[in-house]
Design a binder for this molecule. Structure first.
Ligand code: SAH
Ligand code: SF4
Length: 340
């Protein structure tokens, strides 16, 4: 049995874990963890006997990086991280302005079964705990000390692991008040309401994919239990409380969801919300079929036309660059271990 890790606990939880130690000790230890200390013995403002005792009871990291892959463009680095029972992936991305963003996983696998996503094809193994989530960020920060922003767009559905997500977000926000954190969900209505009511006040990205209800049901089984009208209500409710623009993610699947009808439906869905549409050209994953046919990337002309159709209907769009493709570290490609 692994010793419990102290890495995923905000100071208040550390105080409980370390009781009856005085509270200032929890603060000192948190500061060391945040500074990247790899061993209790380095915590020189703690008495040696305490360092030894902590070392017997706890560890500082319970996960370890087993592989890293750098994209040719230098834009993305994927880390494979070993956890109890499997391997998860986290990606360090660079945006156009040169800022580093950490893309983190919240589950080992995913139960949602979206037909276009590699993680979906793995099935669901288990939720990650707060240490397993927080340590992904620390592993990335070991390589890139300036990484600040976080997107929960790795493996898994974050809103099906709200407790792990909440605890990790509290911990990560304590290490910097400047963090910009975005949670991407496939559209779990109940989870969105829970975020609206109880926080944390993260930015929201919703993987809409299409606003044509029947097509969405086929592409994303989750939409049967979370139909578009209730999803929209939840987004309106969230936006009323948090007053932040919501990102609608739309993975563009060649010949499937890029028609004028899709553009019109999306504009209809967006009415009354403040949104930006993030168009993501589908990243190839082998052996994924939709209605008996292999999924394919949208052509450049198709993407251009779809984007123009969205813009013509008043939707602001952003085309996501395909960072990470060469290392299977791009959106929806996470989950393989053998082909990299
Ligand atoms: N489960 C969450 C977060 C992880 S998926 C969610 O679904 O939002 C992150 C994003 O990757 C989603 O917007 C999803 O639509 C997109 N995605 C999945 N598979 C993809 C693929 N093969 N190519 C491009 N984007 C993909
Ligand atoms: Fe899960 Fe998101 Fe992939 Fe759907 S797109 S299977 S919700 S990780």
């Amino acid at each position: 049995m692994l010793k419990p890790s102290l890495s995923g606990a905000p100071v208040s939880s550390l105080e409980d874990m370390l009781a009856p130690l005085p509270k200032y000790r929890a603060k000192q230890i948190f500061a060391w963890i945040n500074a990247g200390a790899g061993a209790f013995d380095l915590m020189t403002n703690l008495p040696r006997s305490l360092r030894n005792e902590l070392d017997e009871r706890f560890c500082l990291r319970k996960t370890s990086v087993i592989n890293s892959f750098e994209d040719n463009s230098g834009g993305a680095v994927k880390l494979q991280i070993s956890i109890e029972g499997g391997i998860i992936e986290a990606v360090a991305l660079v945006d156009a302005a040169g800022r580093r963003t950490a893309c983190l996983s919240t589950q080992l696998g995913c139960a949602m079964g979206c037909v276009f996503c590699k993680t979906g094809g793995m099935g669901f193994k288990r939720n990650l705990d707060s240490s397993e989530i927080t340590e992904q960020f620390y592993h990335i920060r070991d390589l890139y000390p300036d990484v600040a922003n976080i997107v929960f767009m790795g493996m898994g559905e974050p809103l099906h692991n709200l407790s792990g997500l909440r605890q990790a977000v509290s911990t990560l926000c304590e290490t910097s008040s400047q963090r910009r954190i975005t949670v991407s969900t496939c559209g779990i209505t109940e989870g969105i309401m829970s975020l609206a009511d109880e926080g944390p006040a993260v930015r929201l990205a919703v993987s809409l994919t299409t606003a044509r209800e029947a097509l969405r049901r086929k592409l994303m089984p989750v939409s049967s239990a979370n139909p578009l009208n209730s999803l929209k209500e939840a987004l309106l409710y969230h936006q009323e409380r948090h007053r932040r623009r919501i990102t609608l993610e739309a993975v563009a699947l060649g010949g499937v969801n890029t028609s004028d009808e899709d553009a019109a439906a999306m504009a209809g869905f967006a009415r009354g919300l403040s949104v930006v549409v993030n168009l993501i050209p589908w990243n190839p994953v082998e052996n994924l079929l939709f209605e008996g046919k292999a999924l394919k990337e949208p052509s450049a002309a198709e993407l251009k036309r779809f984007r123009a159709a969205l813009e013509a209907r008043g939707l602001k769009t952003v085309l996501r660059r395909e960072k990470g493709r060469g290392i299977a570290g791009a959106c929806g490609q996470l989950g393989a271990t053998e082909n990299v």
